[in-house]
Design a protein around this ligand. Structure first.
Ligand SMILES: [Ca+2]
Ligand SMILES: [Ca+2]
Ligand SMILES: [Ca+2]
Ligand SMILES: [Ca+2]
Length: 420
């Protein structure tokens, strides 16, 4: 639990406060690696408020406390759903990396590494399927101690526990993968993904190697065009309305090409119907109109008419996209450089803004993303004059809650997403 222990003596009674249930230390031998990943998927299957919709069995308590290994999870992945008999209903894809303390890799990039099974120490409640932990029918040995007695013994063994042993923000055993920030040098058509990761997480990836995609002057965007959870480049050529999309973060030709819109339209990529796939919608600055479409074109063909069209904003507003209320559907925001305000609605309809607040100076490029992995997109901006990203984690007025200064070349333009 989250007991705060004041400096001074710890008593046995304190340990009963910390671990108050009658659970016995237990040993589960030879847990196959895939099942170990399944156990961790269960641990992170109820971390977003929206998870309770898919899984009515979500309850408090299933998030794991761990030792002996580290793992990285990304709430943007699919939550594991189990039925009442602990059979898998929906496979989870949130657990990205699992590494034992001796360096053995168990999961890399979401994929289980083949190898020997693992012995797991836990409590009999979980070994027996409590909190939906899917240990299956693996036998477990109940050892002689309750977990409270084990904790008391351990503290006695240590003699002194200091705050330095338990740093604020944790020791990195459990890491949260957030959306990252990248830059496109539009003067060269070079992409660097990522260049910054908000520091609520340890940076998982070094700065990416730049790669070429597109021509100088193309309007860059990023999205998950093939619905695999990884965001990759796209381009909109404003002169002729051509869309060029690529499904990997590597140099190469476009995987998808089609045309849509009028000269001068601004691309707004997002998942406007919440199906897990991003598509390219448009904002027409001349008339302040949004054109939403939930499919991609193909084969150099035209995409046809938009599914939804509505007016939003004033001439000169610059659009950005996000899921500002965390319901799974993207909607449109606007940055008005003349006032320094952002405006957004949580529905794809005409109407007054659901929210507006001061964010950014003229010249800043505003975009949105989920910088703390709570399921809600909030604003960021890139300020070219000092090569710095700024972001907030709530959709409210206020100063930036984080910033990162990066190295730039040419004409940098920001993108945010899960770059894999
Ligand atoms: Ca993708
Ligand atoms: Ca979609
Ligand atoms: Ca939304
Ligand atoms: Ca967020």
């Amino acid at each position: 639990n989250n007991t705060i222990v004041d400096a001074g003596d710890l008593t046995v009674l304190d340990t009963f406060d910390m671990v108050p249930f009658l659970n016995f230390l237990s040993l589960v031998r030879d847990v196959p690696r895939a099942q170990f990943k399944l156990l961790l998927e269960n641990a992170v299957s109820c971390v977003l408020p929206s998870d309770t919709t898919a899984n009515p069995n979500c309850g408090t308590g299933r998030f794991a406390q761990i030792a002996g290994f580290e793992f990285v999870y990304d709430p943007a992945g699919t939550a594991l759903v189990l039925d009442g008999n602990l059979n898998v209903v929906t496979q989870g894809s949130r657990v990205k990396e699992v590494t034992l303390d001796d360096g053995t890799k168990i999961v890399v990039d979401g994929v289980v590494v083949a190898g020997p099974a693992i012995n797991v120490a836990t409590i009999d409640f979980l070994a027996n399927g409590g909190d939906q932990y899917p240990f299956g029918n693996l036998p477990y040995e109940i050892l002689g101690n309750t977990y409270q007695q084990s904790l008391a013994d351990y503290i006695e063994f240590l003699e002194t526990v200091t705050a330095a042993d338990y740093p604020e923000g944790g020791e990195g055993r459990i890491q949260l993968a957030t959306e990252q920030m990248g830059l496109v040098d539009t003067s060269q058509g070079t992409w660097t993904l990522p260049v910054a990761t908000p520091p609520q997480t340890l940076s998982l990836l070094a700065v990416g190697a730049p790669f070429y995609f597109g021509n100088p002057g193309d309007f860059p965007m990023i999205g998950d065009w093939d619905c695999d959870g990884t965001d990759t480049p796209g381009l909109y050529r404003q002169s002729d309305g051509f869309v060029y999309l690529r499904n990997s973060n590597t140099q190469g030709v476009a995987d998808i090409r089609f045309f849509f819109g009028n000269p001068g339209d601004v691309p707004i990529p997002g998942d406007f119907d919440g199906d897990g796939c991003d598509t390219v919608s448009l904002y027409r600055p001349a008339t302040s109109q949004v054109f939403v479409i939930n499919e991609l074109g193909a084969n150099n063909g035209g995409l046809g008419a938009a599914e939804t069209t509505y007016a939003f904003g004033n001439p000169g507003d610059v659009p950005f996209v996000g899921d500002f209320d965390g319901d799974g559907d993207d909607t449109i925001g606007l940055h008005r450089a003349s006032t320094g305000f952002v405006y957004f609605r949580n529905a794809l309809t005409t109407g007054i803004a659901d929210n507006s607040f001061y964010w950014g100076d003229p010249g800043d490029v505003v975009f949105a993303g989920d910088w703390n992995s709570d399921g809600v997109d909030t604003p960021a901006l890139f300020r070219a004059s000092n090569s710095t990203f700024y972001w907030r984690n709530s959709n409210t007025a206020g100063n930036a809650q984080g910033s990162a200064t990066v190295t730039t070349t040419g004409t940098p333009y920001p993108v945010g997403g899960h770059f894999g």
